[in-house]
Design a protein around this ligand. Structure first.
Ligand code: SF4
Ligand code: SF4
Length: 134
């Protein structure tokens, strides 16, 4: 099974309701060796697994801390969310970012992109130009 390795970027991106840690701020428990309270980390941290972690076929250069993008499930099963590092807003246009978009559009109709305060949505049908919508 894959492990996060040196990646801790979701500990920066996401809010942790149990501790009050806000989005886009490093968690005080984050170290260069991972979570300092790994055994007792909050449930929301235990629950989270990004797409790269879940799917071993995604190559190393798509690892979130390397490519600047964390991919997670969305409540809407037909879509996923790409969280782009606000310090690397160009990440989506880089090779690994384009690889994420291409791979995800094969399985999901909509990609929601979040980068700091910016929001964007890519719709597969609109990108393919067939104008289909439901
Ligand atoms: S972004 Fe993914 S690989 Fe990185 S620490 Fe979080 S779950 Fe692990
Ligand atoms: S408690 Fe640990 S796993 Fe959760 S955000 Fe902080 S460093 Fe990451």
């Amino acid at each position: 099974m894959r492990s996060c390795g040196p990646c801790t970027i979701c500990c920066h991106f996401f809010r942790v309701p149990e501790t009050g840690k806000p989005e886009n701020q490093w968690c005080g428990h984050c170290t260069d060796r991972g979570c300092a309270i790994h055994e007792t980390r909050p449930q929301s941290c235990r629950n989270f697994e990004c797409f790269w972690l879940m799917e071993e076929n995604f190559p190393e250069d798509m690892r979130p801390d390397l490519c600047g993008i964390v991919v997670s499930f969305n409540d809407d099963k037909d879509s996923v969310v790409l969280h782009v590092d606000p310090d690397r807003p160009e990440a989506l246009g880089e090779e690994a970012g384009e690889a994420w978009v291409e791979a995800l559009l094969k399985s999901y109709r909509r990609l929601y992109i979040v980068c700091g305060e910016d929001r964007m949505m890519l719709d597969r049908d609109e990108l393919l130009g067939n104008g289909a919508s439901e």
